[in-house]
Each structure stands twice: as C-alpha cells, then as structure tokens.
Design a protein around this ligand. Structure first.
Ligand SMILES: [Zn+2]
Ligand SMILES: [Zn+2]
Length: 390
C-alpha cells in the first residue's frame, strides 16, 4: 500500500501545474533557459540559496538545517528532439521538441520536495537540490561534474530517480551494482578500390567486407563475453554506394554498444577493432575504426542502496519494492555523478508502457499519479540519509 507523506494535496496540485507548464515548454540540451529560470525562481521563493551557471543552465538549490552531513538529490530538466503527437491541452508549444522522457515530472517532483522540506525541515544537515541540463545524449551530468559540482557543493552522497513505464504505479525498483549500461558509439570507415559492378575482380568490395564485419561483431557477445555477462553491439547505420552498377570505394558503418562492466567495455572495443582490421585486410580493404565512450554504466553503491530501500519502503511498503529488477541496457548520465560519490538511482513505477506510453514515444506523457509518490520518496530519503532534527 502506498503511504504518501501527509498534507500533500495542495502540493500535488501545484506539482501537476508546474509539470504541465514545463511539458508545454520543452527545451533541449544546454538550452533550458526558461526551465532554468522557472526552477531558480521557485527555489528562491521556497527560501533556498540558489546557485546558477553550472553546465550553463544547471541550477543548484541549497537547503541547510543546522550542522550535519550533506547530500545531493538530482533531477534532469531537458527534453528531446521529438515532434509531440499527444494532442493534450499541455502538449509542446515548441515544434520538434518534447518532454518524452518525463524530465518535466522529475523536475516538478524535486521542486515539490524542496518546498516541502523547506517548510518541514525534519533533518539536520544540508541538501543540495541539483537540476541538471542535457541528460539526453549530451552528458550534462558530466559537464556539471567538470564544472566543479562536488567541489562547490561537497556532498557525501548523491541520489537520483527515473519514472519507469512498465513498472506499476506504487512500485519502486532498485538494486545495488549496475542498473543501467555504459553507452558508447563507433564509426568504421572501409576504404577499398571501387569498380564497375560487372567487373568486381578489378576492385575490392567494401560492402562485402562490411557485411562480414557486421556478422563477425555479433560473435563478440556470443563468444568473447562470459556467458552470464552481457554486451550489445548494434550497427544502426550502413552507408555505401550511390548507384546501381558501381561497387563503391568506401563504406561507413555506425552504431552503439552497451556494456555493464569496464573489463567487458574494454574487451568489446578491442575485439571490434581487431575483427574489423583482420576481416577488411583479408578482403584487401582498409579499415579505420573510431570508438567513443559516451556514458559509463550507472552503478549503485551498496550502503546508499540500503538507505534508498528503507526510504522507498516507507512510501510503497515492502510489497511495493522490486529489489531484483533486470538492469536496463539503456544509459543514464547520472552515472557520472555516481562515479564521484556513492549513491543510488531508483526507478519509480509509472504504469503500463504499451500504446505509446513508453519513454521517447511521441505519444508519451508523464503519469501525474507518480508525482506524490516521487515527492514522498525524496522526503523520506532526506529523513533517512540525514540525522533527524533534534
Ligand atoms: Zn530519455
Ligand atoms: Zn530520461
């Protein structure tokens, strides 16, 4: 049974209004100007000390209540480059931009927690409410860390959450160790000798070499990775040729890999390069491989995960906890903060994921039934990770 904190009806109504306002005005990576102003104004009106400018549009609100440890709670503020198709009254007014990942809801819930905890500071210490830009693709979390987030705000732990379609409303999922994967990208350029398509013996075929490489890469997951470990290698682009009757001199393959452990990530990068070079070489084609590490895997620390579990149980009860969820091969740039400080990232159930209700769908809309649950989790977490006020 869900037990939200007392007296949140008015706050839930406000969070719903904030969430829909943010939804109607989505902004993407490092351009969250209006969103950043919105957050900063709200935090200031709740009496928090507001710091701006980290990672350009990032906002940090500090709430102090006497001497004690410091922790950070983080939300993401950015939208996606998607054309919204919901036809809702609060649908995006910025064409081609959409809150399709629920970061509008994440921002509203953390603002709600800041307001509630400011009015009822049932803890001793400091909470840094971190609102980061550019979670999608551009690594705003990394930029905040590089801009000195943890030097300016020396917290001991850091916590994050994401709404999770496919998990019932009223459930919270969490686990120690990896919960989301590392996200890398690659680009392979094959250069051979183009020739007339009817005279293949006069050239070297980059398309044929490329197809063999795509096949061979799939053996990395099945033959180089430990059978109980995991990796995904997805070739998502294969560009070659312009016409019917010419074997092209170049082919370019691009895609993404997902892994959980650094050793596997290192091995995948190495094996992809080795196979590409060896196979291309066998066909008389040159291979140039570019591999770029984007987001590390999101790894929860055991001690912080236990505190998060207790806080979550206080909201959704023991029966509402999923303590062994299958980790996702999706990625999350909160991982950069977890590399710096121990912490925990949880999934808050958002209901069914079918019928366009999944993340990044043009039909998605954040489920407002999650607002009081996420709010209550933050409030219970503050009371769990910090000492109670005397
Ligand atoms: Zn997303
Ligand atoms: Zn997201």
């Amino acid at each position: 049974m869900v037990r939200t904190i007392d007296g949140t009806e008015a706050l839930t109504a406000d969070m719903t209004a904030w969430r829909r306002d943010l939804h109607a005005h989505p902004e993407t990576a490092f351009e969250e100007e209006r969103t950043s102003d919105f957050v900063a104004e709200k935090l200031a009106s709740f009496g928090l000390e507001v710091h701006r400018g980290l990672a350009k549009t990032g906002v940090v609100g500090l709430l102090r209540n006497g001497e004690g440890p410091a922790v950070a709670f983080r939300a993401d503020m950015d939208a996606l480059h998607i054309h919204e198709q919901t036809n809702l009254p609060h649908a995006s007014r910025n064409p081609g931009r959409m809150h399709a990942c629920g970061h509008d809801g994440h921002t509203a819930m953390l603002l709600g927690a800041a307001r509630h905890l400011s009015a009822h500071p049932n803890f001793q210490g400091t909470i840094a409410f971190v609102f980061q830009p550019a979670e999608e693709n551009e690594g705003g979390g990394r930029v905040m860390v590089e801009d000195g987030l943890f030097e300016k705000f020396p917290v001991e732990q850091v916590y994050g959450m994401h709404n999770w379609p496919g998990l019932e409303v009223g459930k919270i999922a969490l686990r120690p160790g990896p919960i989301m994967a590392a996200y890398d990208i690659f680009e392979l350029t094959l250069t051979g000798k183009g020739t007339h398509a009817a005279m293949p013996h006069l050239g070297t075929d980059t398309i044929l070499a490329g197809t063999q490489i795509v096949n061979a890469w799939q053996t990395i997951a099945s033959r180089s990775v430990h059978p109980v470990d995991s990796a995904v290698i997805s070739v998502t682009q294969f560009h070659a040729g312009d016409t019917w009757n010419v074997l092209p001199a170049t082919a370019v393959l691009r895609g993404t890999t997902r892994t959980f452990r650094k050793e596997v990530q290192d091995m995948v990068e190495r094996r992809m390069g080795e196979l590409a070079k060896a196979i291309a070489g066998g066909f008389g084609v040159e291979a140039e491989m570019r591999y770029e590490r984007r987001y590390p895997s999101t790894v929860n620390e055991a001690g912080a995960t236990e505190l998060a579990r207790r806080a979550a149980a206080g909201v959704v009860g023991e029966s509402g906890l999923d303590l062994d969820p299958m980790p996702s091969m999706g990625a999350e740039d909160f991982a950069f903060m977890l590399q710096q400080r121990p912490g925990c990232y949880v999934w808050v159930g958002a209901g069914p994921s079918d019928g366009g209700r999944n993340l990044h769908s043009p039909h998605y809309d954040f489920n407002d039934a999650v607002l009081p649950i996420g709010l209550s989790y933050w409030v219970r977490l503050a009371e769990t990770v910090l000492p109670r006020a005397a």
